[in-house]
Design a protein around this ligand. Sequence first.
Ligand code: ZN
Length: 593
Amino acid sequence: MALISNESLERVKQSVDIVEVISAHADLRRQGARWVGLCPFHEERTPSFSVDAQEKLYHCFGCGVGGDTIKFVEEKEGLGFAEAVELLAERYGVELEREREDPRAEAKRQHRRRLGDLLDRTAGFYAAYLWDSAEAAKARDYLGERGLGEEVLRAFAVGYAPSAWDTVLLRGQRAGFSVEELRGVGLAQRGKGGGEYDRFRSRIMFPIRDRRGRTLGFGGRAMRSDQGAKYVNTAETEFFHKSRMLYGIDLAKAAIAKAGRAIVVEGYTDVLALHQAGIEEAVGVMGTAITEEQVASLSGMVDEVVLALDADAAGQEAMLRAQRVAGDRKMRLRVAAMPAGEDPAEMMAAEGGPERFRALLDGAVELTAFQVGLVLDRTDVASPAERDQALAEVAPILAGLGESASRDDLVRRVAERLDLEPAMVMGRVVAAQPLSGGVAAPRGAERRPAAAGARTPAELTSRERRERALLAMCIALPQEGREYLARLGDEHLSPMGARAAAWLREHPEDPASDLPRDDADLAGLIAELVIVAHDEPASHEAMELNYLLLEQRRLEAEIARAGEAGDPERRAALSRDRAALVERIAHTERVGG
Ligand SMILES: [Zn+2]
């Protein structure tokens, strides 16, 4: 599969029916020139999701997402760009032409395909070995005792690695793979004496597959007590980056998309047990704390991630970072507290387990509240030293919340439990450095500029609303638009507005026909502007008024700077300019009626 040619990409874009594609995920109805409905990316009661069938763009005025049909499919189906194009091409009967790639890229892809093939074959071998070999009898018994049936074990291709030193090594070589290739995918490793041997031996093998079901690595559970580590995973390879993978995602993705929720558990057998019990939104983090990449990989598919982990052990900092990623992407992160000493697999095997697990899911609490609860629960309130310690621990967690009702609630709870004045607790919180940076970034000031394009309307400043209105009119009235885009400088605009203006200058004809692929915020903003341009009235007078108001903001900033710089003359001159400008604004408003 080489690169998709530009011509066929164009044909796909022309052939798709965006209303039809989106209708699979949202009920749309026609309203004037556009289609509107409840946003499939965020929870809402009144529709703020808008689709422009002609321009083939979508935008949500509630949560700020937006883009073209391909973007929608990428986000909603969790696909990469090329995969989304392929899916749409197939659906709308467009034959994709490929361009010849440069030979190095071609060779690299061939290499990756070979290694993928090696991993898939080996997974197949392990799976067959579990069911067919005498030496795997103990493993079959173990899995059976954990309550895991053959059906779910086969669905996840659970297998067994032979005890011999070189079974996989020899099989691989016989099939034409080199020792380097076997090492490259983490199946073989070199011993101290220089000889090669199988990395996985006498272990129950869990193939770790990507969304599309391709095996990228393995987790192996020891079956003998003398084997050292109980769990061994594939080391990081060019394929396998454990921190980005979620175990079971290939089998869970449909249920996750349907439920709008993912349940994250720790172990392989936890995932299997939950799927077997019909809780198919479960994926596993493979024994470590959840990572930012794992949370990010779920965005677009879910509104909510529920962690059913032993949260005490799972690293607060890691969880808070994960929470920040979730928050940035409009997902909730909640914790379902597992009873001490019981994991989901054990719970599923017990009488009434699935019901108890579902009750835990229903009772899941926000991560921060959960962590504060943990600290309070283990504090002996009779001891002043422990109370002080508890306060020192919760203050940075609460500082991470920023000003909010939930922070105030938690402050009250802490004060009550530790028998302190709420004001005193709040004082400590305000003084504390938030855990893991970032989380506490005050809304606005320290927000990553990258997120600025996806701000909700309520978060926009009046200047941003004004600049967006003006930029949309530049699209609606292209002739005037060119003139205003030339007059607008970066000092009139927010950083995001300046990037959008630069894009419009570079793409004056058809700004949305080729949205930037590597810059989701800009793509979303351009989609929004084009949709607004089609829908809202534009006039020369309105453009002039918006421009003058932006100019007034610019002048005021300059006046303030002159004041700070101790330059009264310049300040006076600028103030006269401002007075003249205010008069022009009043005049324009009268004319504009
Ligand atoms: Zn939305």
